[in-house]
Design a protein around this ligand. Structure first.
Ligand SMILES: [Zn+2]
Length: 185
């Protein structure tokens, strides 16, 4: 839920946004063009309670937004994008990506006081193929299992560091449908 203080944060952010907009406008040229499509979305802030981690895959950008809107979170979440989503955050193959995730999570906590992390992996993920060297095309059950293990691993790492957070984990298919992955009880 939005704490009273976050309304203040939003107000400050909007003020800064306007100032930034005016400054950009004063530069002229390309900055004016940039300003012309900035305002509405930039001022649509209403507080956030969550950080979403998703893959970069262009095929699922709209589905990801639809999924979040379906959860009642349109324009209400911070968003970190890493190829492979959960895998990108934990694979030793790309340590800079791991660092980027943890640093962004810390910023989301410090800046927006988020209470939950939503991790959204997806099927047919190129990053999983690159990092793990395996194509799950004809093996949906194996694919589910590998994603579930990776999602649970990141979930545990997040909870070990930030026990106050809630972590939800999901797997999206290429048609945009989503299944929740829950930890074994
Ligand atoms: Zn992917």
């Amino acid at each position: 839920m939005c704490q009273p203080s976050c309304h203040t944060d939003n107000a400050e952010r909007q003020t800064l946004g306007r100032r930034e907009f005016l400054r950009l406008g004063a530069l002229g040229g390309g900055a004016v063009l940039l300003g012309s499509f900035l305002p509405r979305t930039a001022l649509a802030a209403g507080g956030t309670d969550a950080l979403l981690l998703s893959c970069m895959d262009y095929r699922l950008v709209d589905d990801t937004e639809r999924f979040m809107a379906g959860m009642g979170m349109r324009n209400k979440y911070d968003h970190v994008v890493l190829a492979g989503a959960a895998l990108g955050a934990i694979t030793p193959k790309f340590p800079a990506w791991n660092t980027a995730f943890w640093e962004h999570l810390q910023v989301a906590i410090d800046l927006h006081h988020i209470h939950q992390v939503i991790i959204l992996d997806h099927r047919d993920c190129g990053a999983y193929k690159v990092v793990l060297g395996q194509d799950f095309g004809q093996l949906p059950d194996v694919e589910t299992k590998v994603h579930a293990e990776t999602l649970m691993q990141l979930r545990q790492q997040i909870l070990a560091k930030y026990p106050q957070l809630q972590v939800q984990t999901y797997l999206m298919a290429l048609d945009g449908s989503v299944q929740q992955i829950v930890p074994r009880s």
